[in-house]
Design a protein around this ligand. Structure first.
Ligand SMILES: [Mn+2]
Length: 179
């Protein structure tokens, strides 16, 4: 079980910064963040992780897109959360100064591989959440590239949590239907 107060701090902080942001399907962004947190909580429970580890994973789940998508800075996170969480969120964020998306992903994966498994598993949960039916505006090529990228994430981070790895594998198999 996680610490409810830490959970509340993370969800409120995320909601404050993501405010009006929507998912590609037009839903409040908090639906994505809470679905990632839900996958993480499920995996932490299945794996019987320690409460402290679950708290880190759940906090990183709620904060994993905050640096990329909002005005929140790494200093803001350091002020409100532990160093472990701040560094975890930083590793989960793409460095937009790198020129291509491919480089940004590889850089983020390299940073994640230096992080504890509690942070790495958030990336698996994020991709599980994102592998729903693609938006109608996506071409089959775009979806195929997304699946290929998902396979890279899986191969780099699958050892962080066997339950999430299995679930991501199933999601990728299902995603083939959309190609
Ligand atoms: Mn995300």
């Amino acid at each position: 079980m996680f610490n409810q107060e830490i959970y509340l701090r993370a969800i409120n902080f995320a909601a404050h910064f993501h405010t009006e942001q929507k998912t590609p399907k037009g839903l409040p962004y908090l639906t994505h963040l809470s679905s990632v947190a839900m996958e993480v909580i499920w995996a932490c429970t299945e794996s019987s992780l320690k409460d402290e580890d679950t708290d880190i994973a759940v906090s990183c789940a709620f904060l994993h897109d905050i640096l990329e998508d909002t005005s929140c800075t790494i200093d803001d996170i350091f002020k409100e959360f532990t160093e472990e969480i701040a560094l975890g969120v930083e590793a989960l964020s793409k460095d937009k100064s790198l020129s291509s998306k491919k480089e940004q992903m590889q850089d983020s994966l390299n940073k994640l591989l230096a992080q504890p498994y509690t942070v790495q598993m958030v990336k698996l949960a994020d991709r599980i959440s994102n592998l729903q039916k693609p938006p109608s505006s996506w071409t089959k090529e775009k979806a195929a590239i997304y699946l290929k990228e998902s396979k890279l994430i899986f191969s780099c981070l699958k050892n962080s949590n066997i339950y999430l790895a299995k679930r991501l594998e199933e999601k990728m198999l299902k995603y083939e239907e959309y190609l």
